[in-house]
Design a protein around this ligand. Structure first.
Ligand code: SAH
Ligand code: SF4
Ligand code: F3S
Length: 467
C-alpha cells in the first residue's frame, strides 16, 4: 500500500560485546558480530505494522537496517500462512538466502510471524539453516534472542507474552502510519488460519490509541490506518469501534483516518453514522463478502447471509455521499457447486465493488475446513477465479469511470512505479491517482481533477486549490 521506505529511527551505539555474547542456534561461530539486518515482509498490513515495530525495536538496540541482503548479518523474514502459496513463497526465499550463509558463515536467519507461529521448530526441520523462529507474540523479543538473554531460546511461539500497550505503533512512511488497535481474531471462519497463528482478540486501550495517534501527528504523520482482523468487534472497556473512531477524529489533529478490516456481521449502523459525521474518516470500507451463496457462507462460519450483507451495503451507500467499497472473495470452497459459484458472480454484479482481492480456496492444516473434502478440482478453481477476476475488473473499470470529472483529494505517496514523470497519490476512496506535477512532496494532500480511469488506476491533473 505504501511505497516509501520504512523509517528506521535513530541508531544508538551499543556495546558490541553485549550483542555477541551468545549466538544461539548456530553451528558456525567465526566471531563476526550481528550489526546489520535485512527484513522482508510477507502477508497483510498487520505484518507490515509488526515489521515497522520490529525495525524500530532493533534500531533502538543499535542494529542497522540495510536494503541489500548481501550486506546483512541477520536476515529476517516476517511471514504469512494464509494460503499454501504464501508459505511456499517463504520456503523458496529461505532456500534462496542460504547462499548468504555459505558466503558469510556468521549470517543468521530468523523466521518470525505467522508461519513461525504455525510451524515452530518444524520449520528448522524443514529448512535446517534457519536459526531463530519467533511467533506472532514473540517477534519483538528478537534482539534479546540474538543477544542470548536469559529466558530466551531460538524457538519461541508461546502466546501471551506481549505487553499490549508497550508495543509502540511504528511509522510506515514519513506521512502515514499503521496503528494496530486489536491483535488476534475471535472469529472462526472455517477456512482461516489467522486465529490459530494470531491467537484470540486483544484490544489496545482507547487512551493508548488516541495518545499514539497524537504522538504520530506531532511527528508529522497525516494519515493513520487503524488495523485489526475485525475492527468492528473492537471493544476496550466501554469503548466500541464507532466510539473509538469518534475519539481519534475529535481528540487528535490527524488529517486522514482509515481502518481495516471490517467484518460484515459486526459492522454497525453507528459506524456509518460516525463516518458521515467526521470528515477525517476516509470513505473507504473493506468489507469481505467471501461468497455469494448462503450455504457456503454458513459452511465458512461467516455469521451473515448475502441478504444481510446487501442490507449493510445499502445503508452505507445511502448514508455516505461518496464511498468506495472493496471486498475479498474465495472460489472453490469445499462442496461449492457451479450454481453457488454463479451466485457469487451474481452478488458481485449486484454489489458493484470498487475492487476485490480474489482467491482460490487453499486448505490450511488444522482449520475446520481442512476436514472437509477439497472436492473442487484445481483446474475448476482456476477457471472460476479467472471468470470472477474478469467480471470484477470490468466492474472496477466502470466504477472508476464514475470518478472522471470529479475532484478528488490525493495524499501524495511518491512517484509512479512506471514513470518518474508522474506522481502517485491516494484518493479519499483509497484509489491510486497518477498525475503530472513537479517535485514529489510526499505527504501533501492536493486536489486532483480526474480525467481518465482504467480498472485499477485514475489519471488526472492538479486542480485549483479550494480555499
Ligand atoms: N480478517 C479479514 C481477512 C484476513 S485474511 C476478514 O475477516 O476478512 C484475508 C483474506 O484471505 C480473507 O478475507 C479471505 O478472502 C482470504 N483467505 C483466508 N483464508 C483463506 C484460505 N484458506 N484460502 C483462500 N483464501 C483465504
Ligand atoms: Fe480469518 Fe475470519 Fe478472523 Fe478474518 S474474521 S481473520 S477471515 S477468522
Ligand atoms: Fe496476515 Fe498472513 Fe498472518 S494474512 S495475519 S500475515 S497469516
Amino acid at each position: 500500500m505504501f511505497a516509501f521506505g520504512i523509517k528506521t529511527g535513530i541508531i544508538f551505539s551499543v556495546s558490541l560485546a553485549r550483542i555477541c555474547t551468545h549466538q544461539p542456534g548456530s553451528e558456525v561461530n567465526n566471531n563476526r558480530k550481528i550489526e546489520t539486518f535485512h527484513l522482508a515482509t510477507f502477508g497483510c498490513q498487520m505484518n507490515l505494522a509488526d515489521s515497522s515495530t520490529l525495525t524500530a525495536t532493533l534500531t533502538s538496540r543499535g542494529y542497522r537496517r540495510v536494503d541489500d541482503e548481501s550486506r546483512a548479518d541477520l536476515l529476517i523474514l516476517n511471514t504469512c500462512s494464509v494460503r499454501e502459496k504464501a508459505e511456499r513463497r517463504v520456503i523458496g526465499r529461505l532456500w534462496d538466502i542460504q547462499r548468504h550463509k555459505h558466503q558469510r558463515p556468521h549470517v543468521k536467519v530468523a523466521v518470525v510471524g505467522c508461519m513461525a507461529q504455525r510451524l515452530g521448530k518444524q520449520l528448522i526441520a524443514l529448512v535446517p539453516h534457519v536459526d531463530y523462529v519467533l511467533g506472532t507474540d514473540r517477534l519483538f523479543e528478537l534482539p534479546d534472542v540474538i543477544e542470548g538473554k536469559e529466558d530466551t531460546s531460538p524457538v519461541m511461539t508461546a502466546f501471551g507474552h506481549e505487553n499490549m500497550d508497550v508495543i509502540t505503533p511504528a511509522r510506515e512512511t514519513s506521512f502515514s502510519a499503521f496503528v494496530t488497535i486489536v491483535r488476534g481474531c475471535d472469529n472462526n471462519c472455517t477456512y482461516c488460519i489467522v486465529p490459530h497463528v494470531r491467537g484470540s482478540e486483544r484490544a489496545h486501550s482507547a487512551d493508548h490509541i488516541v495518545d499514539s495517534v497524537r504522538r504520530l501527528v506531532d511527528e508529522g504523520i497525516v494519515e493513520v490506518v487503524l488495523l485489526g482482523q475485525n475492527v468492528n468487534s473492537y471493544r476496550h472497556r466501554d469503548t466500541d469501534f464507532p466510539r473509538l473512531l469518534r475519539r481519534v477524529a475529535s481528540e487528535t489533529d490527524i488529517e486522514r483516518i482509515r481502518f481495516m478490516t471490517s467484518h460484515p456481521k459486526d459492522l454497525s449502523r453507528r459506524l456509518v453514522d460516525v463516518m458521515a459525521d467526521e470528515p477525517s474518516i476516509m470513505p473507504h470500507i473493506h468489507l469481505p463478502l467471501q461468497s455469494g451463496a448462503n450455504r457456503i457462507l454458513q459452511k465458512m462460519g461467516r455469521g451473515y447471509t448475502v441478504e444481510h450483507f446487501e442490507g449493510i451495503v445499502e445503508y452505507i451507500r445511502r448514508g455516505l455521499d461518496y464511498v468506495s467499497l472493496t471486498t475479498d472473495l474465495i472460489v472453490g470452497f469445499p462442496s461449492e457447486t457451479a450454481e453457488e459459484y454463479e451466485s457469487t458472480l451474481a452478488a458481485v454484479r449486484r454489489l458493484q465493488f470498487d475492487a476485490a482481492f480474489m482467491f482460490r480456496y487453499s486448505v490450511r492444516p488444522g482449520t475446520v475446513a481442512a476436514d472437509y473434502e477439497d472436492d473442487v478440482p484445481e483446474t475448476e478453481k482456476v477457471r472460476r477465479l479467472k471468470r470472477l477476476i474478469e467480471l470484477q475488473q470490468e466492474i472496477g473499470r466502470q466504477r472508476n469511470q464514475r470518478e472522471v470529472g470529479q475532484v478528488r483529494y490525493g495524499l501524495i505517496e511518491g512517484t509512479s512505479r512506471r514513470s518518474v514523470d508522474y506522481l502517485r497519490a491516494r484518493t479519499e476512496g483509497n484509489k491510486i491517482v497518477l498525475f503530472k506535477a513537479g517535485e514529489a512532496e510526499a505527504g501533501r494532500i492536493i486536489p486532483i481533477g480526474v480525467t481518465s480511469a482504467d480498472a485499477f488506476t485514475l489519471h488526472g491533473d492538479v486542480a485549483e486549490v479550494r480555499s
